[in-house]
Write a protein of this length. Structure first.
Length: 369
């Protein structure tokens, strides 16, 4: 290590008055660092995805996505916000916050259940304030919340919070091993409509644990609920706004039997992680808002292929895809704000005996506008 003893250190105009250090290099200051009162100190800045892969305790940066200064605690990134005295921390209906920022300003930093009054009605929400800042839970099936979040033991089954609010299951059938499915005798769909819970939203996050049964074949002509263009086989999250037609679409999980013929995943890769194969491609209305998983090979086998790693307590594992599973949070920017309720739809162009998609567990989050 080298030591530099100087009274003043000046950057050259040839380098835009900057002193640069390459990756892996650092400057250690054992004493103090005084900054002129008319100058400034610039923090490193970037999105959540650009956070350091191996942060050290005390690292501080500006999150350009969340518009927050954050510091690494050793286990998580914490927002550096001074708690306001007597702020609305959502602990009781009397201290209900009007938005997630107000919870943060009151010093709330952990995922959990909090009272909020977003639209004039006080409700109990699960707010993943640490793991998914600014988002709230509006849809939970099969205990997805309990599996995906911390401090979430209350989110078993279809529970939305710890006070008894639940997500509807509509006209889905249910199998205790595989989850929710259609149970139909032909080309058809089944769905459940769930509330936006008073939230106007633009950004949506989804995560679904699914089983692909038998011969689902990705993109085809199957449509539903005033989406007139073909969607295909799988599961779709959409707005409940029939007048918007194809514009209701939010996100589709395609399920497919193989990875090497026309019944496989789409051949075009969007911006969302997905398996790319040789199947038909979705219509333009869908944009990049889809993902697909499939089994290897082209034989039609009556097996349950999952897109996730088995969770503790699962009754049966099924078969894991050996190409791509897609067990991740998918973040969708709808481009405009909406206040519609949503549908969750399971759809296929053949009967359940030939093919179906099973929803084992899943969650939908929205970010209030």
């Amino acid at each position: 290590m080298s030591t530099l003893n100087v009274n003043e250190l000046h950057a050259s105009s040839m380098n835009n008055f900057e002193i640069n250090f390459d990756d892996g290099e650092s400057m250690v200051v054992n004493g103090g660092c005084n900054i002129h009162p008319l100058s400034h100190f610039k923090l490193p800045a970037g999105t959540s995805a650009q956070r350091p892969s191996s942060p050290a305790v005390g690292m501080i940066r500006f999150n350009t996505e969340l518009l927050q200064v954050e510091v690494w605690s050793g286990s998580s990134w914490l927002q550096v916000i001074k708690a306001s005295s007597g702020g609305n921390n959502g602990g009781t209906p009397a201290t209900a916050a009007s938005n997630v920022q107000e919870l943060m300003d009151a010093g709330v930093a952990a995922d959990g259940n909090y009272y909020m009054n977003i639209d004039g009605t006080t409700r109990r929400y699960f707010v993943p304030i640490n793991s998914h800042p600014y988002y709230i839970l509006i849809g939970n099936w099969g205990g997805g919340g309990a599996a995906f979040f911390s401090n979430a033991s209350s989110l078993s089954a279809q529970n939305l919070n710890d006070t008894g609010d639940t997500t509807p299951v509509g006209n889905f059938a249910y199998n205790s091993t595989w989850g929710y499915y259609r149970n139909v005798s032909g080309s058809d769909f089944r769905y459940a409509t769930f509330s936006n819970r008073g939230v106007t939203y633009r950004y949506v996050k989804v995560r679904m644990h699914l089983y692909n049964y038998y011969s689902n074949d990705g993109q085809n002509g199957r449509n539903f609920l005033n989406i007139s263009s073909g969607v295909g086989d799988g599961l779709t999250i959409m707005r409940n706004s029939s007048g918007a037609g194809d514009g209701q679409h939010i996100f589709t999980y395609y399920t497919a039997i193989s990875n090497n013929d026309s019944n496989s995943c789409p051949s075009v890769a969007g911006s969302q992680p997905t398996h790319v194969a040789g199947g038909n491609n979705p219509g333009g209305f869908m944009g990049n808002r889809y993902t697909c998983f499939s089994r290897s090979g082209s034989s039609y086998t009556s097996e349950y292929v999952r897109n996730f790693t088995v969770e503790p307590g699962d009754n049966s594992g099924g078969t894991g895809p050996n190409v791509f599973n897609g067990d991740a949070w998918y973040t969708l920017d709808l481009g405009s704000t909406f206040s519609d309720d949503m549908h969750i739809v399971i759809h296929s162009d053949q009967d359940t005996g030939n093919e179906d998609t099973y929803l084992k567990r899943g969650c939908v989050l929205v970010r209030p506008a």
